[in-house]
Write a protein that binds this ligand. Structure first.
Ligand code: HEC
Ligand code: HEC
Length: 837
């Protein structure tokens, strides 16, 4: 700990304590729209908006309020005691008191609320204004004629921005160097730090177009790309691997569909169509939303959720407000929200205003009838198809503008329309927005195309704008380069795992990880058959359970072993009396890693398979395991019936079964025997197994089974990514949202230091410790080399001579795990590490 504090002092030159604007936890968060806006509306607005801005103070928007009036800022965010506005409410001086004499004064309890509101950081619903803005964004796409390129800056983005800057006589932001570019591009496009080797390779590339080449290379890494962008999409589609609703069945994951869509770079129009009108159950979870338990208010029904999700995700329209009453933020009306909800509804839907029925049925309709309307007389699946087609209609420019704006925000730190979910707000550059949107559609709705276009622009490759505080966002925005962004929780955790090699080996996302190509797959043959314990497996009774057994003789302990299994409906697998896997869902096939469980000699494999349903139905089990042996040969064990003609070694595969069930350790007890009389040698009566008589699974599962086997036995083991595991305390403190709600932008202000302090002793500290031990054990680095390695990996630069000197001194001649841990810790705490800049 002594060393750690020394590091802190040493590296704290240029240290910025990252602190949240929002002070200590408030009892209940302030609801601006419903608690504060009514006060201001009742007592202040008539004199402080529009043309009548008394004292030059407008309260119309948060920005205008912050801009202040004749005597300066009206509010000091976080400090009601120093705010002129509060002084004006509480003063006894009748000349200064607001509202002025003759007006109804503000009651004490309301003044107290206003103070709390200011102390809580002046929350304000995005886009809320007392006087609705006149701006209405265009619906149709627009072709932009590009200005000529200046100084050889040919990227369309630069052509547009160079003109923008020239018109305002603003300087071009300065370019960044190659190392900074590499770190930025890796983190933005695939979410990882460049390793020192990758950095060297890039810096040694003499090609003039090396940056464009790097961008293409990163985007071509389908798996890394998918596993990074999965975070963005999980937030935006509120998909997760655990949480509200998953256990009770009130919510469905779309993880596998989403992962595959990202790996294959599914065109975004098709992507949206499959979410709105799902072609299979795999993508249905988005539209079906969350079935909350108990009584739900009219604004939380699945139909209204559908309207809100579709509006927010694809159009950047917030229909939340308009699902209780006509919106005060934009033009959307209660009836329009309900119209969208009614497209999804399978029964009649009564419109509720603030939870009270207004005696009117909702009519299925969508938000932009100028493109065409949904036919309300058609059944639901057809209406969804129509909505999907209208959403992705080539004339719907709002669909394309919304997504390119999100991508711009990701890579550049601020939307062209800002906030990204208030697409009714004027863009700061409509040529830029319209160009990107039109170009995106013209390139087949290819998300990677737009990412490439942005990342290869000079604009992206320039120095970040220094922004004093977030108040800078409330005035008129002027482009001055990209903005620094905080690493997401997932980027931070991945970076720690990269640096330390401490990534977990298992993950929760039910996805088929990796990029097994079809050519490899086509050569794979499955070695087994689907079997069951009774002869007529087509009519197995509901709940029927068999325990299947095989012995697997291995000449040596395997170097690597994987298995796949599927049972309609569920199975539990035991290997040598240890549980090795289980599944309740026959459609999900995951490779099970058995390497540690198998030994030389006889291995006992037990699988308890249970049929589901309420009435007799088809049951079947498939299992196949492959072990690679030290001599390079492979041994296979797969489910087979005795009379099978399948081509694998049958001596290995004599499967038998029993109706007895083993205990949690995979052992059997004589029926009726008491625990204490357990007879270790007792064996149930084993009977032959049967090949299934009907096989509805084979066609559907052949590819997943083969792919899982190939993937599980591949030599290349990709690091597990944070996006694939459930959230934990550390990730939550670093801003990973609980995905009950759509989150399109994560908070930038985080108490990182506090967060990490809190989790000290758990996730992070443990990862650093394991990493430090591994680094010391590897004996790869002496002190100076280790310092260089860590700096180059974490920051994409070498340490300064001062930094190197202090670090080497603390590490000592032979680094110990403790001192290495301290070094890692100190570097991770640097704002330079925690930002993409
Ligand atoms: C009937 C009209 C009227 C109403 C209602 C009113 N104000 Fe004012 N306000 C004024 C006038 C006139 C001034 C300028 C003279 C002054 O500074 O006292 C002013 C000035 C102010 C200023 C100082 C601006 C500056 O920079 O000098 C603040 C702060 C303010 N008002 C807040 C409020 C608040 C908060 C409310 C509601 C609780 C409110 N006002 C309601 C007329 C009004
Ligand atoms: C769960 C239902 C619900 C939601 C969602 C909701 N409101 Fe309200 N809102 C109400 C109720 C109830 C009232 C008061 C009754 C009425 O409208 O007559 C109200 C009133 C208002 C008022 C009028 C206050 C005044 O007197 O000036 C504003 C402004 C407002 N809401 C803004 C919003 C905004 C902005 C949102 C979205 C962020 C929103 N509301 C979402 C239920 C809701």
């Amino acid at each position: 700990m002594f060393a750690r504090s020394l590091f802190f002092t040493a590296l704290s030159l240029g240290w910025v304590v990252v602190r949240s604007q929002v002070a200590a936890a408030e009892p209940a968060p302030i609801d601006f729209a419903h608690q504060i806006a009514p006060i201001l509306r009742a007592h202040c607005i008539k004199c402080h908006t529009g043309a009548k801005k008394e004292g030059a103070l407008s309260l119309n928007t948060r920005g205008e309020l912050l801009a202040g009036g004749e005597s300066g800022p009206a509010v000091v965010v976080g400090k009601s005691g120093e705010s002129e506005l509060v002084a004006r409410l509480t003063t006894t001086d009748a000349y200064l008191r607001m509202p002025p004499a003759g007006e109804k004064s503000v009651p004490e309890e309301k003044i107290a609320l206003v103070k709390r509101w200011i102390d809580a950081g002046l929350p304000w619903d995005e886009g809320f204004a007392f006087v609705a803005p006149a701006y209405e964004p265009p619906l149709r796409p627009r072709k932009v004629s590009l200005p000529p390129a200046v100084d050889g800056r040919t990227n369309p983005i630069d052509r547009i921005l160079d003109r923008y800057l020239a018109e305002r006589k603003l300087p071009r932001p300065a370019p960044i160097d190659d190392a900074a570019f590499a770190r930025r591009a890796y983190l933005d496009l695939v979410g990882l730090l460049p390793t020192p080797a990758q950095l060297d390779e890039f810096l040694g590339d003499a090609r003039p177009d090396r940056r464009a080449q790097l961008v293409s290379k990163l985007l071509a890494d389908d798996m890394a790309y998918a596993e990074h962008w999965l975070t963005f999409w999980n937030d935006l589609l509120r998909n997760d691997y655990a949480g509200t609703g998953f256990i009770t069945g009130g919510r469905k994951q779309i993880s596998r569909w989403l992962y595959d869509a990202l790996v294959t770079n599914m065109p975004y129009d098709q992507f949206a169509r499959e979410l709105i009108a799902p072609p299979s159950a795999a993508s249905a979870g988005f539209g079906e939303g969350i079935k909350w338990r108990g009584d739900v208010s009219a604004g939380a029904t699945v139909e209204i959720q559908f309207a809100q999700s579709v509006g927010q995700t694809f159009l950047g329209i917030n229909l939340k407000c308009a699902s209780c009453h006509d919106s005060f933020i934009d033009r959307w009306k209660l009836e329009e929200s309900y119209g969208l909800a009614a497209i999804f509804a399978t029964t009649t839907l009564e419109i509720h205003r603030c939870d009270k029925p207004i005696g009117k049925q909702a009519q299925a309709s969508w938000l932009f009838p100028e493109l065409r309307q949904v036919d309300a007389t058609k059944p639901q699946p057809e209406r969804l198809q129509q909505l999907a087609a209208l959403m992705t209609h080539p004339e719907n420019g709002r669909f394309t503008r919304t997504i390119v704006n999100r991508l711009w925000h990701r890579l550049m730190g601020r939307g062209i329309v800002h906030p990204t979910d208030a697409m009714q707000t004027p863009p700061w550059n409509d040529d830029l927005l319209d160009f990107l949107a039109d170009d995106f559609a013209a390139h087949g709705y290819d998300l990677k195309h737009t990412l490439r276009l942005i990342a290869t622009s000079e604009a992206y490759q320039s120095r970040v704008q220094t922004v004093a505080d977030d108040a800078a966002d409330d005035g008129e925005y002027v482009y001055a380069g990209p903005r620094a962004r905080r690493l997401t929780a997932e980027q931070f955790v991945d970076a720690v795992w990269q640096l330390t090699g401490a990534a977990p080996t298992a993950f929760h996302a039910p996805v088929l990880r990796g990029d097994v190509d079809l050519a490899t797959l086509a050569k794979e043959k499955l070695g087994g058959q689907w079997i069951w314990g009774s002869a007529d497996s087509a009519k197995a009774t509901a709940g029927e359970t068999f325990t299947f057994r095989a012995r697997w003789k291995l000449p040596a302990a395997p170097v690597q072993a994987v298995a796949v299994a599927s049972c309609d409906n569920s199975y539990r697998l035991y290997i040598n009396n240890k549980q090795a896997g289980a599944s309740e869902d026959w459609t999900l096939v995951e490779p099970l890693v058995l390497t540690q469980l198998l030994k030389a000699g006889d291995n006992e494999i037990l699988i308890v398979g249970t049929n589901g349903g309420r009435t007799p139905n088809a049951a079947g089990l498939y299992f196949e395991a492959r072990a690679r042996l030290p001599d390079g040969s492979t041994s296979v064990l797969a489910t087979l019936a005795p009379d099978s003609s399948a081509a694998v070694d049958k001596s290995q595969s004599s499967w038998t079964c029993t109706v007895d069930k083993p205990d949690a350790r995979g052992a059997f007890t004589k029926p009726g025997a008491r625990k204490q009389d357990r007879d270790e040698k007792y064996q149930p009566e084993w009977k032959p197994v049967h090949e299934v008589t009907v096989n509805p699974w084979e066609k559907k599962l052949r590819n997943p089974l083969r792919a899982a086997l190939v993937r599980g036995s591949s030599d290349v083991q990709h690091m597990v990514r944070a996006s694939l595991v459930k959230s934990d305390f550390l990730m939550r403190s670093l801003g990973r949202p609980n995905r009950d709600q759509i989150v399109s932008v994560r908070p930038q202000e985080l108490t990182t230091l506090e967060a990490i302090d809190l989790s000290n002793g758990s996730t992070l500290a443990e990862a650093l410790h394991r990493g430090a031990v591994a680094i010391v054990k590897s004996k790869k680095y002496d002190g100076p080399a280790l310092v260089d390695y860590v700096f180059r990996f974490a920051l994409a630069r070498s340490p300064t001579s001062d930094e190197r000197a202090v670090a080497v001194e603390v590490l000592g001649p032979t680094p110990s795990p403790e001192s290495v841990e301290d070094l890692l810790w100190a570097v991770l705490m640097l704002p330079e590490f925690q930002l993409v800049r």
